[in-house]
Each structure stands twice: as C-alpha cells, then as structure tokens.
Design a protein around this ligand. Structure first.
Ligand code: GTP
Length: 637
C-alpha cells in the first residue's frame, strides 16, 4: 500500500458549466459505471430527486474509480460539488478532503461569478488547480477568448488549459492524465494516530447513520470501536468501504482514502457528527476515542430563517424527526423548536439561502412525505439595547421600536459584498437594479480587454442581505436576459431603520405573517401585501365548500351551498398605526357561484383544481390561508 497511487480531487465550476456531465464521463472512461448506464447522460452523481428535476447539484457526492496510467493502477476519488451560491458551504467542505481541483469553465459563457469564488476558495486551501475549458463542441464556443480571460482573471498559463467536451468525451482522456500527473498524492501514514475527516452523513433505515470520511492518518477496519463525540457512546464499525460509485464493502480504509462507515447508530441525534462535522476526530484505535475540537472551517453563517409547520398539528413529532434525519445529510441547516399562535408547534430552520430553503422543503416532501407550511424567510437582525445585543431571526421576537418603553438603541441588518459579472450592454440595467435594492459603494471594471466586442464587466457593491434573499436573483437573471452571474460574501452588520409590520386577520394578529421592513418601504409593502392576502381569499372560500364534502355535489346542484356571510378585515400595522386595510367578503370568493345544476362537471373540475392548494392550507381563526400566501410575502418585499 502506498498513498502515491491515490488522487483526491473535486470539480469546481459555476452552475451549469458541466461538472456532473464531466463526472459521468470520468466514471464511464474508468469503467466505474456499468454498460447499461453508459451513454444515457443521466448524471450519475445527481442522486436526489430534486437534483434530477431541477438539473442542479445540491449535495456533494463522492465516487472512487480506478485508472491505469503508464502501467500503474491509480485510485482516483472524485467529489462532485454543487454550483449554486447557496451551496458554497458544501463546496468548501468537499475541498477539504482533496489535494486538487478541476476548474471547469464553459467555453461559451466564460468566467462567471462562482468561477471566481470557487477559484479563490481552492487557492486558499492550497489545492492544485487544473484549468479545463468545457463545451468546445458548441458552435458558440470561443476557446481562445475564454482562455485569455482565464489567464487575465486567474493568472493561469494558457498552455495548462485543457480543452474538452464533457458531453462528447473529446479531450477527457487528457483530464485523467492530468489528474494523475499534476495533482499531488495525499500525505498520511497508516502507522500514525488515527485521524479522519468526516464530510457528510446520511441516514439509512436499516443500518443507521452512514458517514462519509476521508482518512488522513491511521487505518479504520471493520470491528474497530469508535465513539460519538456528542454522546460519548461507543460503536463498532459494522461496515466500511468505498463508493464505486455505489457502496462497495472493503476490509479497511487507509490514509488518503475516501469512503463510508456504518456503525449501527440508530438515533439520528447520536451521530458521530453532532459536535461538528467540520472538525477532525482522532481515534487511537484502542476503543478510546478523543475528539479534539479542531476548527477547520470558518464559522457557519445561516442567511435566512423560516418557520416550518405541519399542516396537521398532530404531525409535529413526525415532522421533527424527519427534519432531524434530513439535517444529517445537510449540516448547514440549523433547527430550533418554535411555537406560533396561528400555526401551533413547528421548527425554526436556518438556511444558507432561499434556494437552499426551497430545496430542503422539496426534499422533506419528496423523501419524508411531509405536508408543511413554510413562513416567509427572515435574515438575522441585531437589536442593540442599552445593556445587551440580541440577534433576532423571527419577526415575532422583533421589538416595537416605535414604543419608547422598548428601550431599543438601534437595529442593525446584515450586509453583503455582491459581485455581478455581466456583458457591458447590461451594466446600466444592473446598476439600476442594485440601486433599487439599496446598494452602496458601487464600483465596476472590465474583465476582457477593452478591444473585445461585448466586453464583460465586474460590478461590485454592498447591499442588505434581506434584499438579495428574496427575488433578487430572479430579477437579475431576467433583466440581463440570463447573462448576469452573481455571488456574494458576508460584509458584517450596518445600522438600519427597520420596523416590524404585523398583519391582522379578522382583527387578530397572525404572528406567522409578521415581517421586518425598511421604514422607507412600509407603505408600499403594507398595501401590496394586504391586497395579496385579499386575493388569496378565493382559495379560502372554496376550501370551505370543499369541506362540505361528501354530500358536496348534491348541495351544489341544489344551490344550497352554505355561504359564509361574514366579512373579514385584513390590516397591516406598524406599532399602533394601521398602514393599509382591505376587506374580504366571502361571497366574492365563490368561483362556482355562477354554475348551476347542468354544469356539474365543470363544478367538479373547479373543485378538483383547488385540491392541490387545499392540501397546503392552514386554518387561522375563521380564514384558511394557503401556502402561496406565505410565499407571497417575500415576493412583495
Ligand atoms: P450544477 O450541478 O447545477 O452545478 O450543474 P453542472 O455544472 O453539474 O452542469 P451539468 O453537468 O448539469 O451540465 C449543464 C448542461 O450543460 C447540461 O444540459 C449538459 O448536458 C450540458 N453540457 C455539459 N457539458 C457539455 C459539453 O461539453 N457540451 C455541450 N454541448 N453541452 C454540455
């Protein structure tokens, strides 16, 4: 055994530049994927349903392959990483288990915002970078221009850049060769004290927690005793092996290897990673395991928080367990219990962005069959009192700063440094958009030499995080016809004039709807939002009709639908001031009202259409609120 024949690498790139496609080709060319899978372009590493549906990588995945180079057999461990800005946490975690990275750049699109950020992260980690220009098969590819761009942006020697098409396989053989020749082998010794890096884990119903580890020193064998750093409970390794690309059991894991371990850990809260998955642990191999807290990663930073509640309050325990299991595979989500007067018991979760939140929601529904309501996302605010500073991540806890007895000195909000890369023609449009979102310190420079046609610009500015976690990304894409790319990093906190806006339905405050808004926007937001709430009243009344089932059809044709004659006022309130008001009348909401006896089928169709939205509704007071109402808040913002 020798570390010399091992290469650990990841593929880093901007979203859609072809990481998963290249991973597929590498797996094929090393015969890791069987002939049946071959050629189907099915993105082998994108295992999750949400990944296949959306065509994005969410989770980092690993695969080991064997490759013969100059008569020597090499073990190549690939870690596929996500491309979207929300998942950069996974990217830096995967990099920690590697010595090298393939930096993939699309030959039609050139260097984009995440190409820059992943490049910098890889450099900071001291990884060897192999620059790869992908999609050269496309007629729109501009290999020379993009190579020059890579040279001027990253300081890369054009001679080092590999030109490939991950789709057709052209040039991919040279990638395998470069991995072996350019990336250094891991250093580590089987005789040294056990040291491994845990970078992911998941839950298997039969075998308990399965952890992915990269061995730094020492050897892990079947039957070895390890202990949970959290509960100090001891476990015996029941199975271990490599991902090839599915689990393949081996007798041991050696330094430099990446693989999985299972140790019959049933309780999700007891897993090995509870203290932190981002710390190394050591095990001397005598059953006495120590876990020194080695801080490896920068402190995790949740950017948005949202409440997750079961539609049926009786499902809370089940929901909480599902969330716990899912967070095992996604360590960046933080969980706290939360109770709301409107929505009962639920959990407050912290995410890295709204896409991250949306993906988590979809995974809860897909993989755990959860029926949930998610409240509008909130960023973490700082409220400074005379004697203390409090972080507020739930609008319900935000003080009424219009009330002097609250004794609030100031409120601060998180700020980010944003980087946008865009063709010159869209620069003005992007600046306008940033100004609309309270941007400051705006600056720009050009990426290509000035003589290049349609040169691209890098625009930087600072912006409040709350403005970009909503629909900023969508606006950026549509206003630039999809050409702009965007990335951002933490830039601390800044004093801001923020207020809490509450909403009253039927004169009762609905805590789950409360928002924190900038003073300058309170009128616009208040008015828009009460209008939106009123608009969703359609769903509310139909749900009432639907509830009358099963004698529904008879009732409909006999025109004896019990109409609710009450009116429901909807108000937006800041402090004691009513900012906006609308009145909701139940009659208007009845979309089947005009359809009498003969239109039975049409009535059923209308009601059928409502079924899906009814699934996600929560009865608040005398009003049913659909999930859309909660999502609307963030769009209104
Ligand atoms: P994320 O997982 O979302 O980060 O994307 P990715 O970087 O893994 O990109 P992916 O491999 O999913 O490729 C994005 C799209 O580009 C897919 O439609 C691929 O079929 C296509 N694609 C990838 N490589 C090539 C290539 O060499 N040539 C052509 N023509 N298309 C390619």
């Amino acid at each position: 055994y020798s570390c010399d024949v091992i290469r650990n690498f990841s593929i880093i790139a901007h979203i859609d530049h072809g990481k998963s496609t290249l991973a597929d080709r590498l797996l094929e060319m090393t015969s890791t994927i069987s002939a049946t899978v071959k050629g189907t372009n099915q993105q082998f590493l994108d295992k999750l349903k949400v990944e296949r549906e959306r065509g994005i990588t969410v989770k980092a995945q690993t695969a080991s392959m064997f490759h013969n180079h100059n008569g020597r057999n090499y073990l190549l461990n690939l870690i596929d990483t996500p491309g979207h800005v929300d998942f950069s946490w996974e990217v830096s975690r995967s990099m920690a288990a590697c010595e090298g990275a393939l930096l993939l750049v699309d030959a039609t699109q050139g260097v984009q915002a995440q190409s820059l950020s992943v490049f910098h992260t890889a450099c900071e980690r001291g990884l060897t970078i192999i620059p790869v220009l992908n999609k050269i098969d496309l007629p729109a590819a501009q290999p020379d221009r993009i190579t020059a761009q890579m040279q001027s942006t990253f300081g890369i020697d054009p001679a080092d850049v590999l030109h490939i098409s991950a789709k057709t396989g052209q040039g991919v053989e040279a990638v395998l060769q470069a991995i072996v020749e350019r990336i250094p082998p891991p250093t580590g010794s089987p005789s040294e004290k056990m040291k491994a890096f845990l970078f992911d884990s998941s839950y298997d119903r039969y075998r308990g927690v399965i952890s992915l580890v990269s061995i730094q020193n020492g050897v892990l064998r079947k039957g070895d005793k390890i202990a949970s750093c959290y509960t100090r409970k001891k476990y015996e390794i029941t199975d271990l092996g490599i991902m090839h690309p599915e689990e393949v059991s081996t007798s041991q894991l050696l330094p430099g290897q990446v693989g999985y371990i299972a140790c019959n850990m049933k309780q999700s809260s007891e897993d090995l990673l509870c203290i932190s998955p981002y710390r190394r642990y050591t095990s001397p191999g005598n059953g006495n395991t120590h876990f020194p807290p080695v801080e490896w990663f920068p402190a995790q930073w949740e950017k948005v928080y949202a409440g997750v509640f079961p539609v049926d309050s009786n499902d809370f325990i089940k929901l909480e367990e599902s969330i716990k299991r899912l967070t095992l595979t996604d360590r960046s989500v933080t969980v706290q219990r939360e109770s709301s007067t409107a929505l009962a018991q639920g959990c407050r979760l912290g995410f890295l962005g709204t896409l991250h939140m949306d993906v988590f929601r979809q995974r809860l529904e897909d993989e755990y069959d959860a029926n949930i309501i998610i409240t509008a996302p909130t960023v973490p605010y700082k409220v400074v009192y005379k004697d203390k500073t409090v972080f507020v991540s739930n609008p319900t806890d935000f003080p009424d700063i219009t009330d002097p007895s609250a004794k609030v000195r100031e409120v601060q909000e998180p700020i980010v440094k944003a980087t946008i890369i865009v063709p010159e023609d869209y620069l003005g449009e992007m600046m306008d958009l940033c100004f609309l979102h309270r941007a400051e310190d705006m600056d720009h420079r050009y990426l290509d030499s000035s003589s290049a046609s349609s040169a691209r610009a890098i625009l930087t500015c600072t912006m409040p995080l709350s403005d970009i976690v909503t629909d900023f990304f969508d606006k950026l894409k549509s206003r630039s016809s999809g050409f702009a790319s965007f990335d951002y990093e933490d830039a601390g906190y800044q004093r801001s004039n923020l207020v809490k806006m509450s909403f009253l339905l039927n004169n009762k405050p609905v805590d789950a709807l409360a928002l924190i808004v900038h003073r300058s926007a309170e009128q616009t937001v208040g008015r828009l939002w009460v209008k939106k709430l009123r608009a969703s009243s359609h769903t509310f009344c139909l749900a009432s009709i639907d509830k009358a089932s099963p004698s529904l059809c008879a009732m409909l044709s006999d025109k004896v639908i019990p109409r609710q004659m009450f009116e429901v006022p909807i108000q937006a309130v800041v402090g004691k001031r009513v900012i906006a008001r609308e009145t909701l009348s139940a009659l208007r909401a009845d979309v089947t009202a005009g359809l009498y006896g003969g239109h039975y089928e049409r009535k059923m169709k209308h009601l059928e259409n409502q079924k899906e939205s009814k699934r996600r509704m929560k009865r608040i007071g005398s009003v049913d609120l659909p999930q859309e109402a909660f999502f609307d808040i963030l769009r209104t913002k």
